[in-house]
Write a protein that binds this ligand. Structure first.
Ligand code: IVH
Length: 671
């Protein structure tokens, strides 16, 4: 290839990669791949100035600034850390410190978790949050205050009138990441590669509603420029941050000498997969502030700290074959069947290939040796093939044209990557997943109807299967003889199943809404819908604007819900369920609106009534009861024995009421 063509190719690849990364948060190249190709382009352009083009990606400075964010210079630069891999490098770190300080006694260290997120600098003035800035190039970052305000761990006001910068890491918890990715795949979007990317993209949204939907978290671990006398140690600093209101500060352990540090990091490594969030190692810091000052910084980062990196959670194995899986909404995704391999603490034999676009791009083939990764410690995925080990006779995987289950021709909707089986009403795989979801413990909770039975009843008896769709569950009672004949179930268990189905007809509205399987509507959103609208009819008729007005529902979810109820087949499904006697228990209209817009959390022992009773009153008066304290909580009603919720309320500055004060707020005659 000639130079001009190569330059053009690199520009195209890099521009696209940057676009995918920054606009869609879908990195297509690994950081290393990106860096290598970027470097190649820089060199070629230097050698061949005749191809100069101001729109080349090399003309963008640093981390491709996104338009729309104001830039801000940090009071103190946000530096990086040196890495240490393995115990030997930790020993070397300790040696360097001792040499620099001219000491040979044990140094006191602090071991902290190294959060795998993005760093954020928060500026407070007289205790009030005035700015949040990303790291950017270390000297100047992007102002993302509106987004930071959606993170509930970030206090808007500190308990002391401090002025200065507090630093920490923004991250996404694993459960949220998994849920978010599931929703993305269902919607035909590419899943995020890891929680860090999802968090990073979340912070760089122009619309803070989108940030809020990602439910990000924040852990404080240090300060930048600050006008206060600081504690004399890093551990003291952490305690102080806690007192200021950073409930979620970094976990830490004080260690005497490097040997203790080494055993502590080994322990953390074994804990890694049980944490709710991703860490990529530990940060080891000299604990004494005086020694930190003496050690100072290099251009790259502080001499007094190092990042102890854990080995990455990847492994090699053989890909036996590529199968296809049909989801509840008909999206067909490729799945890799693997020779079992131990990775990230578990044995993996199936891994996701996300979608056919990605499969084609990675060109993974049956027979390949592949790199498997437990992305974000959760969903195992195939990173790519090891080309050197590819069998000579291998051929690229061919995307299916027909549903692997019902053989209907698949469709690819314009603008979507997802391949879909359009046979919504007839595809047994889709019907099975819908029924499985519908009867689930958190949905209609029908005991005795498990996945195995569902698949079986959809196929048998062949001339007239017991199940055909969701409403057909409610006709099972009329086919008791066939049920008995088919299963080795006894009379009693069959009757139990029939009773469980009958009992499910009057589940609370929230469960019914969740059971419908509306894309993006999890348990919490379903509960919000039931609480806000109270009747099924009202939810069905709600406009997208009304849905969007609900506190925790974002615009996109609102639209999705609105559209779902307007699709004929969904409407038919609900009508059919009502027809067969499903009668969700709806909330009663509020008796008053005294508590409209107020959120209450009850904690500790209540003397005069139960918590359920108190929450019912709150709802009667158009208020919202909640289970946990956040910055959206208006009041915490605390009785004797109140613990962490009370502490959290105090940290966040949420008003705390006694039971008596709460009673006084109730209209006369309520109790
Ligand atoms: S202290 C001068 N403590 O790791 C930098 N950093 O590789 C001092 N990080 O940019 C940083 N957890 O984003 C520190 N407990 C922790 C951390 C932590 C994660 C990140 C941070 C930093 C990067 C350096």
């Amino acid at each position: 290839m000639d130079v001009g063509a190569r330059i053009a190719e690199l520009r195209q690849v890099l521009t696209r990669a940057a676009e995918l990364y920054y606009q869609y948060e879908q990195p297509e190249l690994s950081d290393t791949e990106y860096d290598l190709q970027f470097r190649e382009l820089v060199e070629l352009e230097e050698q061949h100035p005749e191809f100069n083009d101001p729109s080349s990606p090399t003309h963008r400075v640093g981390a491709a600034p996104v338009e729309g964010f104001e830039q801000h210079r940090h009071g103190v630069p946000m530096l990086s850390l040196d890495n240490a891999f393995g115990a030997e490098e930790l020993l070397a770190f300790d040696e360097r410190i001792k040499r620099f300080l001219g000491r040979d006694d044990k140094i006191e260290y602090l071991v902290e978790l190294k959060y795998d997120g993005l760093s954020l600098s928060l500026t407070y003035e007289n205790g009030a949050l005035v700015r949040a800035t990303t790291r950017g190039d270390g000297t100047t970052g992007e102002v993302v205050t509106h987004n930071a305000k959606t993170i509930r761990d970030i206090p808007l006001r500190l308990s002391e009138p401090i002025s200065g910068e507090v630093r920490g890491e923004v991250l996404m918890f694993k459960d949220i990441f998994e849920k978010l990715n599931k929703e993305r795949v269902e919607k035909g979007q590419n899943p995020f590669v890891n929680p860090r990317n999802a968090a990073s993209g979340g912070m760089r949204q122009l619309d803070d509603k989108l940030t809020a939907e990602r439910r990000l978290r924040f852990f404080a671990y240090g300060v930048g420029a600050i006008e206060s006398a600081l504690p004399d140690s890093q551990s003291g600093l952490m305690d102080w941050l806690g007192k200021l209101g950073f409930a979620r500060r970094s976990q830490f352990w004080v260690c005497q000498g490097i040997q203790e540090v080494i055993s502590r990091t080994e322990e953390v490594l074994t804990l890694r997969s049980s944490l709710d969030f991703g860490i990529d190692g530990c940060v080891v810091k000299v604990n004494s502030s005086a020694l930190q000052n003496e050690l100072g910084n290099t251009a790259r980062g502080p001499r007094w700290a190092t990042a102890y990196k854990f080995p990455s959670e990847q492994a090699f194995t053989k890909l036996v074959e590529i199968g296809a899986q049909v989801g509840r909404t008909g999206v067909v995704t490729p799945v890799a069947h693997l020779e079992p391999v131990f990775v990230g603490g578990v044995t993996v034999s199936r891994a996701t290939l996300h979608n056919y676009g990605e499969l084609e791009r990675k060109d993974v083939r049956a027979g390949d040796t592949v790199i498997v990764q437990r992305a974000g410690d959760v969903i195992p995925e195939v990173v790519g093939p090891v080309l050197d080990k590819r069998p000579a006779d291998s051929t690229p995987h061919i995307q299916p044209t027909h549903c692997p289950i019902c053989e209907t021709e698949l469709v690819q909707e314009a603008g979507y990557i997802a391949l879909r089986c359009p046979n919504k009403k007839g595809c047994p795989a889709q019907i099975a997943s819908k029924i499985i979801h519908f009867v689930g413990r958190k949905a209609m909770d029908i005991d005795g109807l498990g996945e195995k039975q569902i698949v079986r009843y959809l196929a048998e008896p062949a001339e007239r299967p017991l199940l055909t769709d969701v409403p057909s569950i409610y006709a099972l009672h009329s086919r008791k003889e066939e049920l008995l004949a088919l299963d080795r179930m006894g009379e009693q268990s069959t009757q139990n199943l029939i009773d469980a189905i009958e009992a499910s007809k009057t589940r609370p509205l929230a469960r019914f809404v969740f059971a419908l399987g509306i894309p993006l509507v999890g348990e919490r959103t379903a509960a919000d819908l039931a609480r806000e609208f109270r009747t099924l009819q009202a939810i069905r008729e709600a406009s997208a604007e009304e849905l969007d007005d609900i506190q925790d529902i974002g615009a996109r979810t609102a639209e999705e819900i609105h559209d779902w109820f307007r699709e004929e087949e969904n409407s038919d499904l609900i009508d059919a369920l009502l027809q067969v006697g499903v009668d969700p228990v709806e909330g009663e209209a509020p008796k008053g609106d005294q508590f409209a817009g107020l959120t209450f959390v009850f904690t500790g022992k209540l003397e005069q009534f139960t918590r359920e009773q108190a929450e019912a009153w709150v709802m009667d008066l158009a208020g919202k009861p909640a289970g946990s304290v956040s910055k959206n909580t208006t009041y915490v009603v605390a009785g004797p024995g109140a613990g962490s919720k009370l502490a959290k309320a105090e940290q966040l500055g949420v008003q705390v009421l006694t039971e008596g004060q709460f009673v006084e707020m109730l209209p006369e005659g309520t109790i």
